[in-house]
Design a protein around this ligand. Structure first.
Ligand SMILES: *Cc1c(COP(=O)(O)O)cnc(C)c1O
Length: 404
């Protein structure tokens, strides 16, 4: 408890508490123990000192006046009737974050980071990204009038790159992986100053992403039983947990939903850690779902801790399963999601024992099954769709077997 503050930071590793300061990103004590090739040590969680109302802004640590004028969040919850009919889940919902201004969930974090930058007078923001965080920060930064410098792998999908240039960001293409871009951007901020928005590193990223849980609660009027979340660095997962934790603390909900983290088989550091108890050596990441292609999940410790504490689950899906799920979701609901976000839908199909039903029984509805994975037909299930299919049309073309 920090005297006189409505919001403050608590280190997720040692529990030390700190006043929110513009230049404080990680716990100074724990970040000194940072192991190479490990998730970030000393990640800071925002703590709400006093329970507040359930509206989104009252639960955020930056005042409303600092947010840029771009309509982030308040995304729709779809009732996908044909998917419901096919598999027998009466209360299946799709939380459609592809409809954020820059086409991805990342806008939730960028929005709060931009407000934070405005409040503390930062003129520039730097970020490393597989593509979506970069294009998101570029777009939200444009609305806020903040200079944005981004580091993305030269292999990033072209749409995400072009978007970033369109929004006027300064782009550095890194000949290497996202993990290398991450390190390069931290070095850049150390030398040139400005605010760094790297995921998990900047505490406002987890905090901004929590808004999705508050919206889901407000849209349903209750907390769902299950949520499927795609996982790369683990910060969306952490944010989803953080939102429900704040709702519990404020007395709005009595229990935590069961959260399924879904990873690609070729990029599954968090699933492996949940099984093994801790993070091992990084494994080269390879998946069609570029947004969740991560070797060192920077937000890994928060995600792992939350999964353990709240009995969450983690599952993996193959690239073929992801592309099949992407196509099925689009053709059965009208929601066209990029591979990383279709992974969440593939995870839902897999857990409920419905993967492959697509292929075998095309066109025949009411043949799928509910009940798999302990999920009942009457349970409320939310699948979080995090990025638009237009973000990576090359992968989408592959999924429908055409050459473009
Ligand atoms: C970033 C991203 C994810 C994964 O989020 P993490 O915080 O890295 O786990 C999933 N889907 C899309 C579309 C993303 O851009």
């Amino acid at each position: 408890m920090i005297e006189g503050e409505s919001f403050y930071y608590r280190c997720i590793d040692c529990g030390r508490e700190y006043r929110i300061e513009p230049d404080l990103m990680l716990c100074p004590e724990c970040s000194r123990r940072q192991g190479s090739d490990k998730p970030l040590r000393g990640v800071l969680e925002v703590v709400i000192a006093r329970p507040t109302g359930g509206d989104v802004y009252s639960l955020l640590p930056v005042e409303r006046e600092y947010f840029p004028s771009i309509p982030v969040g308040n995304t729709p919850m779809w009732r996908p009737l044909r998917v419901r009919a096919k598999y027998g889940f009466e209360k299946l919902y799709l939380k459609d974050d592809t409809l954020n201004p820059t086409g991805s969930f990342k806008d939730r974090a960028s929005y709060l980071v931009a407000a934070f930058a405005k409040k503390y007078g930062f003129k520039s923001i730097t970020v490393a990204s597989t593509g979506n965080a970069a294009s998101s920060m570029a777009g939200v930064g444009a609305a806020a009038g903040i200079r944005v410098k981004i580091f993305i792998p030269s292999s990033a999908p072209r749409a995400k790159m072009v978007q970033s240039y369109q929004y006027g960001a300064e782009v550095t293409l890194v000949e290497g992986t996202y993990d290398e871009a991450f390190d390069e951007s931290i070095r850049y901020t150390r030398v040139h100053g400005g605010l760094n928005r790297n995921t998990a590193y900047n505490p406002m990223t987890i905090e901004g992403k929590k808004t999705v849980s508050i919206e889901i609660f407000n849209q349903l009027g209750y907390a769902p039983d299950y949520i499927f979340v795609p996982v790369g660095d683990g910060v969306i997962l952490s944010g989803v947990y953080k939102g429900f934790k704040d709702l519990m603390k404020s007395g709005f909900i009595g229990r935590m939903p069961v959260i399924y983290g879904v990873q690609a088989e070729g990029s599954s550091a968090i699933c492996r850690a949940l099984k093994a108890g801790d993070f091992g050596k990084p494994v080269v990441a390879r998946t069609v779902a570029d947004s969740i292609s991560v070797e060192i999940p920077r937000g890994g410790y928060y995600a792992l801790k939350a999964l353990k504490e709240f009995n969450g689950r983690c599952i993996t899906v193959s690239d073929d399963e992801i592309l099949g799920a992407q196509r099925e979701l689009a053709s059965l609901s009208g929601l066209f999601a990029e591979p990383a976000s279709a992974a969440a839908y593939a995870g839902f199909l897999k857990v409920t024992g419905n993967l492959g039903v697509v292929e075998r029984e095309e066109g025949s509805f009411l043949r799928g099954k509910s009940g798999g994975g302990g999920i009942k037909a009457s349970d409320t299930v939310v699948v979080l769709l995090t990025g638009s299919g237009l973000k990576d049309i090359d992968a989408a073309a592959r999924g429908v077997g055409i050459k473009i």
